[in-house]
Each structure stands twice: as C-alpha cells, then as structure tokens.
Design a protein around this ligand. Structure first.
Ligand SMILES: *Cc1c(COP(=O)(O)O)cnc(C)c1O
Length: 370
C-alpha cells in the first residue's frame, strides 16, 4: 500500500531518496557520523548566507524544543521579551517564556493582521527594559506571512535582540543573514527542507551565543553547552537522532540539486496556487486575503452547510489518499491544507478532486457563502 500524501506542514511527505537514507545505522562516536553532523550544520548556515558570523547548533527533538532552548539560552534571566502575537505559534512562545520565568510583553494582533513594525517600534521606544523581540516568520496556525525584514530593521535600530521562529519558512522564503540582523533563527528538519521530523536547529550569532553561558536553567536544553561540546569533540551531547540527520543530509543534497531556495519557493508557490485556485472553483473560501498568504499552509473556512462535519470529511479525504489538518482558530470553523513536502502542483490538484468528491458524498452543497 502506498502512503497517504501528508498535506500537513510537518511531518510531511518525503522523497524515496530521503526515506532510503535511513536504512543505515550510525555510531554516534564514529568519525563518519561526526563529519555528517558538521556537513549538515555548515549547509544550514549557508542556506541563509550566515557565513562566519553565525553558527548552527542542532538539537534533538521537535521544533518546539529548539524554540524553548533558544529562548532559555539567549534571553538572560533578567530579560524581557516582546512577542507580537497573531496566532497559535506566537502564543506558544508566550507559554514557553512563562515556563522559563522570563518576562513577556504580548503585542496582540488579529489573526488576519500581519505583525505591525510600527507598533513594534512604538513598544520598544516606550519600554527600554525590553531586551528581545521573539517573532514568528510564517505563523503556521493561519498561514499568514509576517514582514520579517521590516521588523528586523526596527529591532536592530533599537538595538535589541531578535529571536525568529522561522520553522515553517526557513529554506523556502527569503532570509538573508547578511542584511537581516538576528540573534537566533530557529527551524527544524521536517519542514521546508523536507527531511523527517526529530531535529531542530538554531542559527545563532556567534558572539551572542558565546556570551550566553549560564543562562539556561536546563541542561538538556542548553544550546551554549551543546555548541561548546560539539566544537570540542565534533559530537552531540547525548544520543543524537542519527537516522534523522542522515535523512536530512539526503534532503539537503536534493534541495541543492533542485535549485536551492528559489526553486523550493517556486514549487511551493505553484502548489499553493493550484490548491487555492482549485478550492475557489469549488466555492470554498480562504481565511486570509492572497496578499497576506504565505505559500506554506492555507486555512479554508469550513463549508457553512449542516451536512459538513470535519471528522467525516477528514476520513473520506483520507480514504482517497490525502491527510488534511484541522483548523487552529477558536473563533471561526476552519480546516488547513499544507503546500509543502516532496509534492508538486499535480498532487494538489488531485487533492482538490478528492476534496470535491468527499463533499459531494457527504451531501454538502453550500460551500462558501456564510
Ligand atoms: C512546526 C512549527 C513549530 C514547531 O512545532 P513542533 O510541533 O514542535 O515541531 C514552531 N513554530 C512554527 C511556526 C511551526 O510551524
């Protein structure tokens, strides 16, 4: 039986080559594995043109582990973090700061409103004690794109630290460390690089990370310690996710062979256009206007028809070979469809066909107007 296509933004559908890379066992002390780690980390810095000023620190676990590790390591115990909030991953950062005992200042936005650089500027000017801004680039909860370059220049102008959750954008949307100043940029193996889940990583400014010893209250999540140990020994502290790293090596090789970041963005943009175009032809409505939509994941309004039920819809689309995502909004009933993974526009068109057939079977006739 072939696997269902994952239209979810991590885990996502991976290529046969990436899956095949997991068929070997690696020794964590072995020189060949250390070389694999070093080569992947070096490529991950290159993808954002980080050069010598930035280092990559990998960390075992899902993306949230790396977000928590970056905040806990780079924000000192007396730090205060401004969090522009327009969705669920922003709210997760606020929760993490609470667990870490770091002060958070929430700058509330609507879920259809991109983070506003002018409001961020005003908040920084009004409160000199804010030390950092934690910004989600693409808010995967809705799919909205936040204006990262403008926000980074505001934060740099006010001389505060910037910690970016670029989990669902890194590798696809443009991020250039030569022009965009940040302390840390966080992403993971199983998103736009199309590896398997299990490893996060932080691209950190070398000087900032160098000064971050003693901040972390957690040993396992101390990125400074992980980095120091890796520099000394070439090894990970604690058991590394060997198969995940081998798969990521293969995924990054394919990424480069396919044309790198511009090619990845072009494919996702075509995927998103095929999806949104097809769904609109059916009569379904997107939650976001096109101008705010990142080509990563699309939120659709649930059909306003009494015959519609997400669990039933999900099961029928699943039977046809596609896995959808529930919505993450509290106020409106929605579902989400991912555009990322080792898939092309034909796959998204086939998914729209499966969605249309499923809604027909359910007797859903009102698709759009509310
Ligand atoms: C996927 C994702 C994360 C990490 O989520 P995990 O479930 O821990 O992998 C964090 N932020 C954003 C914006 C994401 O898309």
């Amino acid at each position: 039986m072939t696997d269902a296509i994952l239209l979810t933004p991590g885990p996502l559908t991976t290529s046969a080559e990436t899956k095949a890379a997991m068929l070997s066992d690696w020794g964590s002390w072995d020189a060949a594995f250390n070389a694999l780690t070093a080569s992947v980390c070096s490529d991950l810095v290159d993808i954002v043109d980080g050069r010598d000023e930035h280092v990559c620190v990998p960390l075992q676990g899902s993306g949230t582990f790396a977000v928590e590790a970056a905040l806990g390591t780079l924000v000192p115990k007396t730090g205060k973090v401004l969090v522009p909030d327009n969705g669920s991953y922003c709210k997760r950062i606020v929760r993490i700061l609470g667990y870490l005992g770091r002060q958070a200042v929430v700058l509330a936005h609507g879920e259809q409103e991109p983070a506003d650089p002018q409001r961020i500027e005003a908040a920084l000017a009004a409160d000199r004690s804010i030390t950092h801004v934690a910004q989600v680039h693409c808010e995967t909860g809705t799919g909205i794109l936040n204006p990262l370059a403008e926000i980074a220049s505001v934060v740099a102008r006010h001389d505060r630290g910037l910690i970016i959750d670029a989990m669902s954008s890194y590798g696809a949307l443009p991020i250039d460390a030569r022009t965009l100043r940040f302390d840390a940029l966080i992403a993971a193996s199983g998103k736009c690089l199309e590896g398997v889940p299990g490893m996060g990583f932080v691209i950190a400014r070398r000087t900032t990370l160098g000064g971050a010893s003693g901040n972390s209250a957690s040993l396992a999540m101390d990125l400074h310690d992980q980095w120091q140990y890796m520099q000394k020994t070439g090894q990970w502290r604690f058991t590394p996710p060997t198969h995940v790293l081998a798969a990521l090596r293969a995924a990054v090789d394919q990424y480069r062979a396919q044309g790198g970041r511009p090619a990845r963005l072009a494919r996702y943009t075509a995927n998103c256009a095929a999806l949104v175009g097809g769904m609109r032809t059916l009569g379904l409505k997107t939650f976001l206007p096109d101008a705010l939509q990142a080509p990563i994941i699309v939120t659709f309004h649930s059909p306003p028809d009494p015959a519609y039920d997400f669990a039933d819809f999900y099961r029928r689309v699943r039977e046809k070979g596609f896995i959808l995502y529930p919505g993450k909004l509290t106020a409106v009933d929605t579902f989400r469809v991912g555009c990322i993974g080792a898939i092309g526009a034909d796959t998204l068109r086939a998914a729209v066909t499966a969605i249309a057939a499923s809604l027909r079977e359910m007797g859903v006739v009102r698709l759009g107007s509310t």
